[in-house]
Design a protein around this ligand. Structure first.
Ligand code: FES
Ligand code: FES
Length: 157
């Protein structure tokens, strides 16, 4: 079946098997490998992206469900020569090791701070509870969230 979706500001088409996940189509058909494929069961958050502005696990969404809708992936966050402030905060805080979980975490943190620029600790932990990281132990990730949140409250992004 042919589907059409607005992906990172550009209308894209793909001829997909009706059972294809949105994650598969983004990665394999549309050349957007930023959303990672780890569990394919909605458990790890590495495939997180926005569908009509709502945070979703793209492994749990059929590509056909995204027909006619807006998808934003982690690739939409950085410019050609600049990182998104949340990405910068991850780098500065040392919150990236193997990096496999990082795109999903960056999307989840961006979503959190867009809705709540000054989240308390419990809110941060709750918001990121669906994102698994096997490397960092999470403390550096929380440091990155605090850094990005502070800069957002200061108005630097
Ligand atoms: S790959 Fe989608 S939640 Fe793990
Ligand atoms: S940095 Fe390796 S899984 Fe998170």
């Amino acid at each position: 079946m042919l589907i059409r979706m607005l992906v990172n500001g550009e209308w894209r088409e793909a001829d997909v098997w009706p059972g294809s996940s949105l994650l598969f189509v983004l990665r394999e058909e549309l050349g957007l490998p930023g959303s990672k494929n780890a569990c394919e069961q909605g458990e790890c958050g590495s495939c997180s992206a926005w569908l009509d502005g709502e945070l979703v696990c793209t492994c749990l969404v059929l590509a056909a469900q995204a027909h006619g809708r807006e998808v934003r992936t982690v690739e939409s966050l950085s410019g050609e020569d600049r990182l998104h402030p949340v990405q910068e905060a991850f780098l500065e805080a040392g919150a990236v090791q193997c990096g496999f979980c990082t795109p999903g975490l960056v999307v989840a943190v961006t979503d959190l701070l867009d809705h709540d620029p000054a989240p308390d600790e419990l809110t941060v932990r709750e918001a990121l509870s669906g994102n698994l990281c096997r490397c960092t132990g999470y403390e550096k990730v929380f440091d990155a969230v605090r850094l990005a949140a502070r800069r957002k409250q200061e108005g630097s992004w």
